[in-house]
Design a protein around this ligand. Structure first.
Ligand code: C2E
Ligand code: MG
Ligand code: MG
Ligand code: MG
Length: 289
């Protein structure tokens, strides 16, 4: 206890600690400004069915167009808002912009489902589905079935009851769910049974090295086997090469997303990419393997 008290005292008067808190505070303030001033934007990464060559949707990925630091990836700023209410503000911003994008694509004659990443903090807020319903009501031409929410297994595990409740209400609105980064959590099997998810995304860390690392290959194989047994569609993240794609197809995984297919891109680049994709014959040929 003395040690504990000593540590607390140390913290109270530790100037570096105060400085850290202040830096955090300033970073959050800066992020709030970015949200308000339109410095954030969504990039989109295509997801394809390797069997038919069809584009099945896109994942929305947040980017910060920072006036001084350039284009920032989530890895460079998301941690500063981790587990703060700002995560909810960001989440609502992302949902709203995805709905705007769906409206825009619809007007352009493109039917393109969007997957949105939902942080654990956001998924567990008590009025999550209510807020989503309000948002959807503001974009009445968009079918809720075009929206899929990607959630982490860990979010659901943190408070299973609350997660299940929110997910069920969202499903009632017509919105579906995917489990993101599957395989990185701990109780995969049990939760897979309970969670109302229509897509399992196998984490890119396993896919990346599956051709050279036997353990990763074993994980990929097991997840594919399991998803098939549970009759849940599954998508491989981080598909960087044609070799990955072929191996995944051979194992029975048909949906893929990764740099080999397309990098995340701004929305205005999507229609050109769609045209380009129809000419990627070596990838499209996978359909006939
Ligand atoms: P995630 O949801 O698992 O998204 C996949 C990440 O893998 C993206 O990174 C994507 O650019 C990257 N990726 C895709 N294909 C490949 C590939 O073939 N090779 C490699 N090395 N990487 C690939 P990004 O955009 O940096 O996002 C990182 C994470 O940040 C996301 O992981 C997600 O957890 C989080 N994130 C992104 N956007 C949002 C958002 O709008 N809201 C929330 N809450 N989180 C977000
Ligand atoms: Mg994701
Ligand atoms: Mg992922
Ligand atoms: Mg990830």
């Amino acid at each position: 206890r003395a040690k504990q008290r000593g540590r607390d005292t140390y913290h109270l008067f530790d100037p570096t600690h105060d400085l850290l808190l202040q830096v955090r505070h300033e970073q959050r303030q800066r992020f709030m400004d970015a949200l308000k001033h339109g410095e954030l934007r969504l990039f989109y990464q295509p997801q394809v069915d390797m069997r038919s060559g069809q584009v099945v949707g896109v994942e929305a990925l947040i980017r910060w167009q920072h006036p001084e630091r350039g284009l920032l990836s989530p890895g460079q700023f998301l941690s500063t808002i981790d587990a703060t209410p700002l995560e909810v503000d960001l989440g609502e911003w992302v949902l709203e912009h995805a709905l705007q994008q769906l409206t825009q694509w619809q007007n352009d004659g493109i039917e393109m489902p969007i997957n949105v990443n939902i942080s654990p903090t956001h998924l567990l807020v008590s009025n999550f589905s209510q807020r989503l319903a309000e948002l959807l009501a503001r974009y009445p031409t968009v079918s809720p079935s075009l929206l899929k929410l990607e959630v982490l297994e860990s979010a659901a595990m943190h408070d299973v009851k609350a997660a299940l409740k929110n997910m069920a209400s969202c499903q009632a609105l017509g919105v579906s769910f995917a489990i993101d980064d599957f395989g990185t959590g701990f109780s995969s099997l049990t939760h897979l049974r309970q969670l109302p998810v229509s897509l399992i995304k196998i984490d890119q860390s396993f896919v990346r090295d599956m051709l050279s690392d036997q353990d990763d290959m074993a994980i990929v194989e097991s997840v594919i086997y399991m998803a098939n047994r549970f009759k849940r569609p599954m998508l491989a993240e981080g598909v960087e090469t044609l070799e990955h794609a072929k191996a995944l197809m051979a194992l029975g995984c048909e949906l893929a997303q990764g740099y080999g297919i397309a990098r995340p891109m701004p929305p205005e680049a999507v229609s050109e990419w769609l045209t380009h994709w129809t000419q990627r014959h070596e990838w499209r040929a996978l359909a006939t393997l």
